[in-house]
Design a protein around this ligand. Structure first.
Ligand code: ADP
Ligand code: MG
Length: 189
């Protein structure tokens, strides 16, 4: 069993979607093992969104692919873009309260990302959280000089999740228990 971090971003809280977002993970057979609401300060938010070259390159590549499909050109390199998006993202997270949750289950990190959907909500699978609840896009966000508003953060993989969980939760805030249906979902578990 694996653990991953989810943040319901301020738009998810303000739109009263906390329950439906968390339910999506529970419905899939995943388990909430830690949860809290808070208004993070800048320091904590910056610790979560640390500068990471691999992340910045990936952000650039995803945006470049989207731009190429529209016949648009990228005006920044990966470093300029990564630094700008990181700033915009931190401002976005600081606009309101968030819910931080640790989700546990079989291949939890990949499963949660699948349920959350692609970064740009217009591209996200229509049954995913971002696809169901948003139509924001890279182009729209960039034209307004803001981050893509997409309801949820989910750790990229289980290794990154370990670090991110330690930013938001103390060990004793995470709880071990069995769901009543675990024996049916995972015989022998
Ligand atoms: P994900 O949240 O799907 O893992 P990333 O880690 O690549 O996506 O980016 C983190 C967040 O930064 C996104 O969820 C989104 O809010 C914002 N973001 C990413 N790329 C862009 C972009 N090109 N323009 C505006 N905001 C972006
Ligand atoms: Mg990410």
């Amino acid at each position: 069993m694996e653990r991953t971090l989810v943040l319901v971003k301020p738009d998810g809280v303000y739109r009263a979607l906390i329950g439906r977002i968390i339910t999506t993970f529970e419905d899939a057979g995943l388990k909430v093992v830690g949860i809290k609401m808070l208004r993070p300060d800048r320091k904590l938010t910056e610790q979560h969104y640390i500068w990471d070259e691999a992340w910045a390159k990936n952000v650039w590549e995803k945006s470049a692919k989207d731009a190429a499909e529209k016949g648009a050109k990228m005006s920044e390199d990966w470093k300029q873009m990564g630094e700008r998006i990181r700033k915009q993202l931190i401002e976005y997270i600081l606009t309101g309260p968030i819910v931080a949750a640790v989700i546990e289950g079989n291949e939890a990190a990949a499963e949660v990302r699948k349920l959350v959907g692609a970064t740009s909500p217009v591209r996200a699978d229509p049954y995913s959280i971002r696809g169901r609840f948003s139509t924001d896009s890279y182009g729209f966000a960039d034209s307004r000089h803001r981050a893509v508003v997409n309801l949820v953060h989910a750790s990229e993989d289980s290794k990154i999740a370990e670090r991110e969980i330690s930013v938001w939760f103390k060990k004793e805030e995470l709880v071990d228990y069995k769901r009543v249906d675990e024996g049916v979902m995972f015989p022998g578990h």
